[in-house]
Design a protein around this ligand. Sequence first.
Ligand code: SF4
Length: 163
Amino acid sequence: MRILISSCLLGEDVKYDGSNNSIAYGNSYTFNQKETFMDILCENEIYSFCPEVSGGLGIPRVPCEITSTTKPFIVKNKDGEDVTINFLVGARNALELCQTENISVALLKANSPSCGNNSIYDGTFSSTLIEGQGLTAKLLSENGIKIFNEKEILELKKWIKNQ
Ligand code: SF4
């Protein structure tokens, strides 16, 4: 199976601060989660993708949050600059890749304004989470792509098995 995975979860230094969210080396995962993740990597065709970098933002970059969660979406960085276009381009590029390569499932980083599948920060840069989706996760799920986050690795493995 072909799986799109947030590049930062694979250990690529693409986060806003130039670091990553590696599952393999992270200390907030159980042995079972890490082992399952490694199985998934070995048994499937992996497409690493970072929507924010694909959308033209640099590394490092000023952190961004969604300030309007309904259309028209607005994403701003902590300096108040509007970066919505970068997020929309990144989301469109992710969808294009999935459609071109027949990718039907994605493992995306939770809480990100691009990749978050259940919750995002509320736009006040105060570390407050609200229910919602990042712009890439939203566009992919609206187009039938199943999304899991890094805390749902075991669920992803089960989902793959049932296909
Ligand atoms: Fe990771 Fe997604 Fe943020 Fe890129 S946009 S650093 S892949 S969470």
